[in-house]
Design a protein around this ligand. Structure first.
Ligand code: MGD
Ligand code: MGD
Ligand code: MO
Length: 759
């Protein structure tokens, strides 16, 4: 094929804007859009997957299901039979109708959590929720795997997650005020490669470097040295995982003992200081939260903790917490305590200071907020309001009718008969995958739209092959301040259809085709949503103008008004936070009234069930940190060449301290077995000094690849090891980071990777 037949078209994903080199049918490469000075290489791995062996190209039905009907056979241990679209759609439409007629719509779980792909129209969450709402409704999920614990606690004590995001200090303010940034969980530069909904051009890390050059200073408390960009020259304090609240308390203790707390701010803008102060000084529990006390828990020198506290005197300070801290037992506590520290120093709501909500963890965090809101595909009203906290899925499936606590109330799990997923992967995101696989056997039917024969497809009954974002026209517009064209760059292979085509055909069969499509084709919808977006922002170019401009233009800047924390400090009576007192609640009578021992009325140090000082550490002496992968977005395109280039003999790398490796006779590059009572997986050892002794790091996202069901995962998916329980009864968030494991050299014959094979 001659090169001249290829042309470049603009496209956009959650990890940036690119130019796709296409002949109209296949994509040869993605290269960063020239607008981006600090592009992410993640997108470059996508073209290698579009026609890979793992691509789904025709509808498939699990053999046991096809032969025996709903509720028969074993998911995760069966073969698949190709069927026509006609057969597949008839099976799905009939099953929706059977389930809603016999059991009611709450028996359909359509939470379908996941990132899917960017695009205002083809966004799979919008597609599936609109479809299921028009079908009479579904059991939904609330909050997210990213931020569940923080969302619920901030809603109770600080006016909500949105208020924290709007009030976040920006890098430019941090530079201007030469602030001290104390980052619990760090500011891993690899994480700001992505943003939900898209990124026109990557500027977050560039802004961080500018703040540093202007005089800001960074301290990173984290088990891993690489949790900040090297050019920030951050001081690294390698903390024991799960102990951040102890260190925060000790910083508070040191500040208050020195009389340097901002009494005026505490009295004017917060409630509950007195009660908290009693706890801080040990008057309620006999334990003063001193630097020495925290040092024994967190493994950081007491002198270093006191120094850190003193460095805040007279200096604008940011107390930042990454999302990872609250994806752990008692994850409600770190953001609440960081806010309390920001109130103690009196910097809460001052430019360049206060609480740093997950700064740098997504591209938008630390950047100015823009009130610009592009149009979206309407999800339609919810006819029923059944829900679960998102991470309680395995409990819901395995214990229908079981009771659970959430945010002050008690609820019952619905009896789920049908699970329908599009645009997320529970066999990526959920904890304790062996438990999930068992719970997943319960429903009668599982329907999935997927691009690839990944673990989700391998645990479904009806698998519908869906087009990728490179195979559709659309536009992206996230919170990043850009609008980006997504021009169809490839023909979907085989019999692949878009989610929209699939839901349109099903809607027809179920009798609400016109309500779902409003008589528009996909391309007509894209044009309509772009038109509605321009109606809100007339300065945006026409579609033709957007393409002429290279496919990416800045979005208009829409002022958001004064940020809630800033408004609060200016005049608490005039600008109350959305809390019962209108103030930031260091002690919350509401939370206290719930009487949860795992989430008391003020920020509290509560040891995790699994951490390095737990009894079970005698058997599993290493703390497993399973953060976000550098080379991909979650599990997406793990089958592509960019992600696979980072593997060791095909396995996901695990980072071990040289001391821990030597005591186990593990050398760099060895294949190791990582295990605990929940599961086991293989991984490739990376040995060095960039991680605290006693801690190992295995990123998320290697496609789950059990050698036999419930057995060894050959590939390195940390979620076979992580525990599945709520952060507390308050938020019921995921607790992935509270996990202990053991690691040993694997000397048996290494099983092949089968995760990237066809179904
Ligand atoms: N141990 C551990 N587990 C974690 C985390 C952790 O830190 N540690 N982090 C958690 C967090 S923060 C998150 S956000 C979750 C992420 O969890 P997910 O968002 O579920 O993960 P993804 O891999 O992005 O899954 C998206 C799936 O949708 C498919 N897909 C993409 N685009 C489309 C589309 O247009 N149509 C259809 N039909 N399918 C599409 C992809 O092939 C992929 O399988 O993971 C959570 N899990
Ligand atoms: N490249 C890439 N970037 C991403 C994503 C991706 O998949 N790929 N996913 C995005 C998503 S959905 C989200 S929600 C964000 C998540 O953002 P985060 O949750 O902030 O990211 P993580 O990588 O899970 O964790 C950051 C670091 O926290 C440290 N850590 C873990 N446990 C502890 C602890 O107990 N104490 C302390 N002090 N540190 C700890 C680990 O060393 C880890 O590297 O990332 C986003 N960015
Ligand atoms: Mo996330």
């Amino acid at each position: 094929m001659s090169r001249t037949r290829f042309r470049l078209v603009p496209t956009a994903g959650h990890f940036g804007t690119y130019l796709a080199e296409t002949d109209g049918t296949v994509v040869r490469s993605l290269t960063p859009n020239p607008i981006d000075d600090d592009p992410s290489p993640i997108g470059t791995g996508v073209p290698s997957t579009l026609r890979a062996r793992s691509r789904l190209t025709e509808p498939m039905v699990r053999r046991g299901y096809l032969e025996g009907g709903p509720g028969t056979g074993i998911r995760g241990d069966d073969s698949y039979v190709p069927v026509s679209w006609q057969t597949a759609l008839t099976l799905v439409a009939r099953e929706i109708d059977r389930v809603r007629t016999n059991y009611g719509n709450s028996a359909i779980y359509g939470g379908s959590y996941g990132w899917g792909s960017a695009g205002r129209f083809h966004h799979p969450q919008s597609q599936i929720h609109r479809f299921l709402n028009l079908a009479g409704g579904y059991t939904a999920s609330v909050e997210s795997y990213s931020s569940a614990a923080m969302q619920v606690i901030l809603r109770r004590v600080a006016g909500g997650y949105g208020a924290a995001l709007e009030s976040n200090p920006t890098w430019s303010e941090i530079g201007e005020h030469r602030s001290l940034v104390i980052a619990f969980g760090g500011l891993a530069a690899r994480n700001s490669q992505v943003n939900g909904g898209g990124i026109g051009a990557h500027t977050n890390v560039i802004e961080q470097r500018r703040a540093r050059a202007a005089g800001a200073e960074f301290v990173v408390l984290s088990p891993q040295r690489s949790d900040s960009d090297t050019s920030l020259d951050a001081q690294w304090l390698p903390i024991v995982p799960g102990t951040d609240v102890a260190v925060m308390l000790a910083i508070a203790h040191t500040i208050v003992e020195a009389g340097r707390h901002d009494r005026e701010f505490l009295a004017r803008c917060t409630v509950g200081w007195d009660r908290f102060e009693q706890y801080l000084f040990g008057r309620t529990d006999g334990t003063p939260k001193s630097a020495e006390w925290a040092s024994a828990i967190a493994g950081i020198d007491a002198g270093a903790i006191r120094d850190l506290a003193r460095r805040t005197f007279g200096r604008r300070t940011v107390f930042a917490t990454s999302y990872s801290l609250q994806r752990a037992d008692h994850g409600e506590q770190p953001p609440w305590m960081a806010l309390t520290l920001a109130a103690i120093t009196g910097d809460l709501g001052l430019p360049g200071g206060g609480f740093g909500c997950a700064l740098g963890a997504l591209h938008q965090l630390g950047m100015p907020t823009n009130g610009f809101r592009p149009a979206a595909f309407d999800q339609s009203a919810r006819p029923i309001d059944d829900f679960i906290p998102v991470a309680r899925i395995a409990d819901m499936l395995s214990t229908p009718g079981g009771e659970f606590d959430y945010d002050g109330s008690r609820y019952r799990y619905p009896d789920i008969r049908m699970v329908y997923w599009a645009g997320g992967n529970p066999f990526h995101h959920h904890q304790d995958l062996n438990k999930l696989v068992a719970a997943w056997q319960k429903p009668d039917t599982v329907v999935v739209h997927e691009h690839f024969a990944n673990a989700l497809a391998r645990h479904a009954d009806i698998v519908l092959p869906a087009a990728t974002w490179l195979e559709r026209n659309d536009f992206a517009a996230g919170a990043d301040g850009h609008v980006s064209a997504i021009v169809k760059a490839a023909e979907p292979p085989g019999d692949v259809r878009t989610d929209y085509e699939i839901f349109s055909a099903l809607s027809d069969r179920l009798g609400f085709g016109e309500e779902f499509t409003e008589n528009r084709t996909a391309d007509e919808w894209v044009a309509e949503l772009y038109r509605r977006t321009r109606e809100r922002a007339p300065e945006l170019p026409t579609w033709a103008g957007l393409l002429e401009a290279g496919g990416v233009v800045p979005a208009p800047v829409i002022e958001t008004g004064v940020a809630p924390y800033r408004a609060l400090r200016a005049d608490p009576a005039a600008h109350p936070l959305a809390t019962p007192s209108g103030l930031f609640e260091i002690y919350s009578p509401t939370v206290a009234s719930f009487d949860y021992d795992d989430c008391p009325g003020h920020p509290t140090w509560l040891p995790p069930t699994e951490w390095l000082h737990a009894d079970i550490a005698a058997r599993f002496p290493l703390h497993l940190v399973s953060g976000q992968p550098e080379r991909r977005l979650h599990s997406q395109f793990d089958n592509g060449d960019h992600s696979r280039a980072g593997k060791i003999e095909g396995r996901e790398p695990i980072l071990l301290n040289a001391f821990d490796a030597a005591s186990r006779s593990i050398a760099d590059g060895d294949i190791v077995r990582v295990f605990n009572d929940r599961g086991q997986c293989l991984a490739g050892a990376v040995v060095g000094e960039d991680i605290r002794p006693g801690v190992v790091r295995l990123s998320t996202g290697a496609w789950f690849d059990p050698v036999v069901p419930g057995g060894l995962d050959a590939h390195g998916n940390p979620n076979v090891l992580t525990p599945d329980h709520g952060t507390s009864r308050l938020a019921q968030g995921p607790s992935a980071h509270s996990a202990l494991v053991q690691v040993e050299r694997f000397s048996d014959a290494v099983p092949p990777i089968t995760a990237f094979e066809p179904l």
